[in-house]
Design a protein around this ligand. Sequence first.
Ligand SMILES: *Cc1c(COP(=O)(O)O)cnc(C)c1O
Length: 337
Amino acid sequence: MSEIIISKQAYFHNLTQITNKVGSKDKVFVVLKDNAYGHGAVIMAGLASKFGIKTAVVRTHKEAKEISKFFENIIILSHIPNGSENKNFIYAINSLKALNLIKPKTKVHLAIDTLMHRNGLSLDEISKAFKIAKKRNIKILGAYTHYRSSDEMSGEFVIQKENFAKAKAQITDLCKIYGFKKPVFHSHNSAATERDSEFDDGVRVGIAQFGYAQFDESLNLKPVLSLWADKISDRILKKGESVGYGGVFSAPKDMKIACYDLGYGDGLLRYNGIGELNLDGGVKMLGKMSMDSFSCEDMGDRICVFEDAKTFAEFFGTISYDILVKLKPNIKRTIKD
Ligand SMILES: *Cc1c(COP(=O)(O)O)cnc(C)c1O
């Protein structure tokens, strides 16, 4: 059966590198949304917790429940208040309306819009948020922002940092006035963490923990996930014969080929047989990918499809996130020490 192998060693190495850069484990919040970017949420939560991480960030309530036993704090980014809020989790407040709808006594972090204009409160909505929270007995424990272009070398990152600094000062004061505890702040995603050198706040690292760096080569991150497929059968493809749907690949000479048990039904982007898609080790996929299998030169019982999602991302003109997150939960996942 096809399999995802999770390297514990690579993961701990990445978390160590990130922790050393940021200054402490307590400031590293691991983003485990969307099945931990396809790596497997429960597996990665178990490893992160073993490493000593105390805070995880997820997208939904359901994701938070799945990993609740592993962390002291779980922050939910995209919950839309519906009265089902759980007092153990921390909910992002993406609008004043959400603050008006969320269940009393719920713990929240205010999302602050510092330029991205996707979600969150503008700076001039902050004082209103505290009034509502006080009236409705909502617990404001902290606030955060998200950088829209930390992966681009533009000045916008600096402008957002300045805006967030203003918001932090305001929120710190308001927490005192309204009798809330000293607030927790967090801001940097992976690219911002790579790019910056001083960290007052918590960082929310997603892709970097899984081994994908964009700027900071010195972090020397290592991909955590490798994808493997097993041979279903092999045959000789005679010169001039074609393999797969539509027969788009014809053998230039007699070739020993094999069919392996992984396809676009497992969440891989579909290779249509055009262009050269390299598998790990440099062999090429031959002909169109099927739903549950693909063919290539016979590489024995097991083949590594990729150890670094970048090869697929580059071929398909997308980002590594997109390749990883699509890997279906039904693929077996195994931790290797
Ligand atoms: C997904 C996400 C992150 C993590 O982003 P990476 O680029 O993977 O580090 C951080 N913060 C928020 C709000 C997110 O949605």
